[in-house]
Design a protein around this ligand. Structure first.
Ligand code: ZN
Length: 416
């Protein structure tokens, strides 16, 4: 008897997860539409929806306007049911967003990374960022449902461990999920920051509607996120998309990954800055010197883009070299994946003319004619919060769609 009750309870909870997942995916829907799309019997749908409304998870949100006949009451997720926090960090900054359960950003918090990037200091900064963002949002901490973290290195997302990060050498084998779950007592999802940005841009930015898409993230490194058949592609050991570590130079500089001549050693922003410094030390004249206040260590990409936009030969030459290798790498990726869109996040408005436009030309010349024919290359639209927002979406997916995935298979079996 106990077993039967448990079974019924499990089935009801599966069905509820499935109903929530459908409302989340399709927006405002009626009970009838839910019954049709989930294939759960209508009397069961009615009882379960009543419970989900009583628990504050769903709300009635108006009536259908299309079609003839009786207008149907529509159901939506209840924004006030709770929130999640998404955090993304890189060596120089940490961005945190509070996102309601419907996926809308409610609060943003930008903070510098600790000067000493020790393991403890970064964990303390992560905890402080989550707590600070919750305080700023005005939400009751008890309404926190989960936390998503976008990490700058290589992660094992199934175990929630940050494996290694070439940009922060101490960030090694960090059990981020365990640490944050024990602190906040909610589910935590850890992912790679390029993947989080890719998901965000695909759901809410310039990649909306694309079934197959590449997202190229140019900054401290060069990342590539892959959407394949509408889903994030991770690869066998979650290493897919390491475009920055494809080899482009025979006897090139040593890369952070241990290899030599990787794309990142020529075309990442730190690599371009390094090449500018070296040329200046060797006596090349450039406007960059003045823009950086005659301090080599102060040179940034903003100075280099500014100099290039005024026709500075050194800045233009080194950007052209970086774009040459980036363009070839992207053309190769286009030939491999045949995407309908490539989105480029170059982080600086000035980069649109100096990086994205010439990449378009190189890819148009070198991708195979049939793959490149309908390809669109866009500038990524979501700004600096893309990684944190994407991390929040990833934990929302786990919270709402994880159980639904299982429920869906149960239902499919039942109807098979
Ligand atoms: Zn490398």
């Amino acid at each position: 008897m106990v077993t039967t009750t448990n079974k019924q309870g499990n089935k009801a909870s599966f069905y509820k997860s499935l109903l929530i997942a459908h409302v989340r995916r399709y927006g405002a829907v009626s009970r009838t539409q839910l019954g049709q799309s989930t294939r759960i019997r209508m009397p069961v749908v009615t009882v379960l929806i009543r419970d989900l409304i009583a628990r504050g998870i769903l709300v009635e949100s108006g009536r259908s306007v299309a079609g003839l006949g009786r207008k149907q009451i529509l159901l939506s997720l209840n924004r006030r049911h709770g929130f999640v926090v998404g955090v993304e960090f890189e060596p120089d900054h940490m961005m945190t967003v509070v996102v309601d359960v419907c996926g809308n950003v409610v609060t943003r918090l930008n903070a510098p990374m600790p000067a000493q990037k020790t393991r403890d200091a970064i964990v303390r900064a992560l905890i402080a960022a989550v707590e600070g963002a919750i305080r700023k949002s005005g939400y009751a901490p008890s309404a926190l449902k989960g936390i998503g973290v976008a990490d700058p290195g290589i992660v094992d997302s199934r175990e929630g461990v940050a494996l290694l990060c070439s940009l922060i050498p101490e960030w090694l084998n960090m059990p981020v999920r365990r640490l944050l779950e024990s602190r906040f007592a909610v589910p935590v999802w850890l992912d790679e920051n390029t993947r989080s940005k890719t998901l965000c841009e695909h759901r809410c930015g310039a990649g909306q509607g694309a079934r197959n898409m590449l997202y190229i993230d140019i900054g401290c490194g060069i990342g590539c996120g892959i959407i394949m058949d509408g889903q994030l592609y991770r690869g066998h050991t979650e290493m897919a998309g390491e475009l920055g570590h494809t080899r482009v130079l025979e006897n090139g500089p040593i890369c952070n990954c241990g290899s030599t001549g990787c794309l990142e050693t020529v075309a990442s922003y730190p690599a371009i800055i390094r090449q500018v410094r070296k040329a200046l030390q060797d006596g090349t004249q450039s406007m960059v010197t003045e823009l950086a206040g005659h301090r080599l260590e102060a040179i940034s990409m903003t100075h280099i883009f500014e100099a290039a936009s005024h026709g500075d030969k050194l800045a233009l030459g080194l950007l052209e070299r970086a774009v040459y290798y980036l363009g070839y790498a992207i053309a190769n990726a286009v030939n491999l994946f045949n995407p309908e869109a490539v989105l480029i996040n170059s982080r600086q408005a000035a980069a649109e003319d100096l990086i994205v436009a010439p990449i378009r030309q190189i890819v148009a010349r070198h991708a195979m004619r049939l793959s490149g024919k309908t390809l669109k290359i866009h500038v990524a639209r979501i700004g600096e919060e893309a990684g944190a927002w994407g991390a929040a979406m990833l934990i929302l997916d786990r919270l709402f769609d994880g159980a639904a995935g299982a429920a869906e298979s149960v239902i499919t079996d039942r109807h098979a």
